[in-house]
Structures are given as C-alpha cells and as structure tokens.
Design a protein around this ligand. Structure first.
Ligand code: ATP
Length: 533
C-alpha cells in the first residue's frame, strides 16, 4: 500500500510541510477533523508542482481565525457562504481551509444549497475524479487516502473525468476549470466527459456561471506556470470573455509575461522563493482599460493578491528610485537594499526597469555579487580560528563580504591582513605527556570542528578547515531576501548567538590593532624560557 504521508513529505517544499503541520496543530487543538484535499493531493500523487494547500475540516474554519493568526498564519480573506478561510502561511505558502460540505443544486443556474457534511459527502461535490481525494491528517487514521472515485487511476491514465453526468450543468465554471487543467497538464477529457463538455458548451450553460466562481477562476490564472497557454486555451473555447468581456490575448503583454516567467525561473534556480502572481496579473491585463482591470480585481476573493497587483507598479517605482539614489551608491549598500526588498518587487523591476543602471544593479545582485562570496578565504579563516564559534563571526564574515563587494579588499593578502586582528587567542597548549606513560602526545594543532555537526572534521589542512568553516556561506546567504520581504534579523541573532556589542568595523586600509585579549593571553601563557625550567 502506498505511503501517502511519505509521498507528501518528500513532495512538499519545507515551508509547505511546515504549513501542513501548523494547520494540523491548530485543528488538533480545536478538536476538529482535518484532511488535505483537492489539487494538493492530485499534485502530490502526479508529481506536478504543488501550488497551494487545500484543507477541508469537519467543522467551521471561520471560527479558527484567531488560532491560525496566533500560530503565525495571515488571514488573506474568507468566503462566508462556503465557510472557507484563505491563509498565507509562513514562507508565503498559500492555503485554503474549507468546511466539509454538501452542495445540492435545486435549479440550473442557481447557486447550490450548502450544508455542513462529512468528508465523504464533500468529495462527492467536487469537479473531477483527480480532485476528489482526501488525505487524513488525523490521529489514528493519518495517511489514509479517501479516493471514492478512483482518482489515482485517472492520474495514472492522465485523464480528466467528471463525477457525474450533470457536473457541467450544475456548475458551469467546471467548463473553465476543465479547459484550464487540460491546458496545464496536457491531459485530455475522458470520452464521456468530453461529450458532456461539448453539449454544455453548445447549450451555453456557461452563461449561468456565478460571479464568485468567475472571481475564483480569474485568480487561478495568476498562479499558472504558463499563464499564456491557459489564457489562449480559454480564448479558443470562448471562456476568456466570460471572465471579462473585453479580455483577449491581444490585451496581454506577451513579451513582458514571457520575460517575467523566464526571469522568475532564473531567480528560483538561484534558490529564492518568489511569488509572481501579482506581476502575472499585471501583464495578463496590461492593455485592458483601468475600468476593466478594477472590474476584474473586484471579483477576486483573495484580497492579498488584489492589493499586491494594485500596488506593484508604485512599489517598483519606489524601489527603482531608491536604487538610483544615495542609498545604493556603492555595491554593499545596494546589496543591503535589495536584500531587504521583497523578491516579488525585484522580479517585477528586473523585467520592467527603464533605467539601465537599475537593471544592471539587479543583475549584479543575482550574479556577479553573489560570486564575491567565493573570495572569502574560508580555510585561512579557520586556520586563524575565525570560526562560527566566535560570537562576532557573523559580523566579521559580513564585513569581509561588504569590503570585498566594494573593492576595498582587492587581494587575498589584503583580506587576510584585515582578518588577522580578529583572530582569537590560540587555545592553551595541551598538558605535556608524562614521560614513559601513555602514547606520545598527538598533533598539537587543534582539530577543526564542523559547526553544523559539532563533530571533528576528519583530516588536516585546507580541505578540513574549509569544511569546518562552511557556515560562513550561511552567514552571507542571510543577505538573501526573505520571502515575506521582512528584513533579516541581525547577524549575531540570526546565528543563534547572544547579540554582543559589535566590534568597530575597521577600514581595509587601517585594520584594528591586535585584540587586547590576545595580548593578555600571550602574557599569561608560559614563555619558552619558563617551560625549560
Ligand atoms: P490549482 O492547482 O489550480 O490550485 P485546485 O484543484 O487546487 O487547482 P482550487 O480552485 O484551488 O483548484 O480548488 C480546490 C479544490 O476544490 C479542487 O481541487 C476541487 O476539488 C474543488 N473545487 C474547486 N472548484 C470547484 C468547482 N467549481 N466544482 C467542484 N469542485 C471544485
């Protein structure tokens, strides 16, 4: 039997996994039964990117708002009628927590009658078999997959199949969803589903789509990996105009959009997490009138997306202005400015910046300046005992990086000259072995210790020293922008060390005199003469 918890754990990103645990903890504390459902399960099993987390609870999630906030989630909106809460979990993870419900359609074109229900009933109201599965996150049954319509088999067969013959009649937004999923996954509709789809189209059932479904489907486009191909498919099926009557692919800034997706991929490849959804909406609607754009925005239920989309141009302009000003006069300052900016803004500006200087600074930030890290002499730093054990280590490492960035340390010799005064006093020599007893004293040089593991590093010399000093990379990498856009904690704290008054940063030309502690230690340690006696 498949181990779905294991599959989930290896397929989710670390932040998504933390998000699952957060929601699970809140639900458990409230005594509410919780399932991971819908697209998240489909993507976990099929191997596609997991874009967001859909949870279903047997109970009312709207009552848990305060609990979620206390646990670190942000509330990004809610839908009262279907008791659904939109969350942004730490690390920019999008999530939805909905009440398990039944939907009963009394009249074509009218919204369903919604009632709280069991998870089994909830799965029956879903759109396609591949979306009608639930994974239990509850004690006692954790890992149990509910798959009443054989969704796993349809994932294997790569087909989209509705759950019953009236699916498109009951909710015509499923026509749009079928088109969207088919364009995204390149999965065809199963034969009978295709027949129902064609007849629903012919009978113009789409005219009965609800306003809230339109808003939901507009927002979904923002999160597509290839939004243009989905928009083209919707246009071909004449559904794009259902979302907005004036929307066509001619209204899309296709060059901007493809540049955005390309740049996004490059940034992701560098290890950043960036949510391009607001920028995607900007380019998808670039040539629509202001009125049409506000009309689109009004219908989207997730207010975080609407705000980010609305503000994206102004925020990018602000950032561009700062990048042209004194605040970014030298590389180290530019680095700090970009490190504290939201990756989403940097991405958007990278694609839209009109000033050559701004574009160049962003390019340097992602390429040339990152490579400067490689010039930090890690092995020599370890030999000097400048290792992560030092409380000042994050600051020293960062200062070296900044001076290298600004070209104030031009050679290895200059860098070492700068570093030497920060070297702590050497440890006291080991006690001399008593003559005639035990093996000969071992090597006198201290064994490098790897910070990450706390274990001695095997071997000697530069390689071992480099292994021990590896965490310097982590210190500099702290300059990476936070997904949330919040500035990082101060280095000393970030390294989990007590914050100490920082040593004054010496300029490269005038390094500080040797640490007085070192001198004192020297005085105290027995002189060679004394040892002879
Ligand atoms: P995506 O990868 O685009 O986010 P998704 O399947 O997660 O895909 P959502 O729109 O987030 O899509 O919906 C979550 C789940 O809710 C779906 O997987 C499906 O089970 C159910 N659902 C959403 N819209 C409908 C609908 N119109 N009819 C029936 N079920 C729906």
């Amino acid at each position: 039997m498949a181990d779905y918890i294991y599959t989930m754990e290896i397929r989710l990103t670390p932040d998504q996994l933390k998000g699952v645990n957060l929601v699970q903890d809140v639900a458990r504390a409230a005594g509410i039964t919780l399932y991971l459902t819908g697209g998240a399960i489909r993507d976990i099993i099929s191997g596609f990117t997991i874009r967001d987390l859909d949870f279903t609870v047997q109970g009312n999630p709207l009552k848990l708002q305060k609990d979620f906030e206390r646990a670190g989630a942000q509330i990004a909106g809610h839908e009262e009628d279907v008791r659904t809460l939109f969350l942004v979990l730490p690390g920019n993870v999008r999530a939805e927590v909905g009440m398990a419900r039944s939907e009963h359609y009394e009249k074509v074109g009218k919204p369903p009658v919604v009632a709280p229900a069991s998870i089994q009933e909830d799965l029956r109201r879903r759109d396609f078999t591949v979306n009608a599965m639930a994974l239990s996150l509850n004690e006692g049954s954790r890992g149990l997959l509910l798959d009443p319509f054989n969704g796993v088999a349809d994932i294997e067969a790569k087909v989209l199949r509705v759950l019953h013959n009236y699916s498109f009649v009951e909710d015509p937004s499923r026509l749009i969803r079928a088109t969207r999923f088919s364009a995204r996954f390149h999965w065809p509709l199963e034969e009978r589903t295709q027949q129902r789809y064609d007849s629903a189209k012919e009978n113009k059932y789409i005219e009965h789509i609800s306003r809230s479904a339109i808003g939901h489907e507009i927002a979904q486009l923002a999160h597509e990996d290839d939004p243009l191909s989905v928009v083209r498919a919707l246009e071909k099926e004449e559904f794009l105009k259902v979302l907005q009557p004036h929307w066509t692919t001619a209204k899309v800034d296709t060059t901007g959009l493809s540049q955005l997706m390309k740049t996004r991929q490059q940034i992701v490849d560098l290890g950043y997490t960036v949510d391009p959804s607001a920028a995607v909406m900007h380019f998808l609607t670039a040539h629509l009138s202001d009125k049409d754009v506000s009309d689109l925005r009004r219908q989207i239920p997730r207010k975080d997306l609407v705000e980010a989309w609305r503000d994206i141009e102004d925020h990018a302009k602000d950032l561009a202005k700062r990048l042209m000003g004194k605040e970014a006069a030298i590389p180290s300052r530019t680095w700090n400015l970009l490190s504290s900016a939201r990756p989403e803004m940097i991405l958007f500006l990278a694609v839209t910046a009109r000033q050559q200087a701004v574009a160049q600074k962003i390019k340097n930030f992602f390429t040339k300046w990152r490579d400067v890290q490689k010039r930090i002499p890690l092995p020599e730093m370890t030999e000097l005992l400048i290792t992560p054990q030092l409380p000042d280590y994050p600051k020293i490492a960062r200062d070296v990086f900044m001076l290298l960035l600004d070209g104030k340390l031009r050679s290895r010799t200059e860098t070492l000259k700068f570093l030497k005064p920060f070297a702590p006093p050497p440890p006291p020599p080991p006690p001399l072995p008593r003559r005639g007893r035990g093996p000969k004293a071992a090597a006198t040089a201290p064994t490098p210790v790897a910070e990450a593991t706390g274990k001695p590093v095997k071997g000697k010399g530069k390689k071992a020293a480099a292994a021990a000093a590896a965490p310097v990379i982590a210190v500099i990498a702290k300059a990476k922008p936070e997904p949330s856009g919040k500035p990082k904690a101060k280095p000393a704290k970030a390294a989990g060390k007590p914050a100490k008054p920082a040593r004054k940063l010496a300029s490269a030309k005038h390094p500080p005199k040797k640490a007085t502690a070192k001198k004192a230690a020297k005085k105290k340690s027995p002189s060679k003469k004394a040892k002879k006696h």
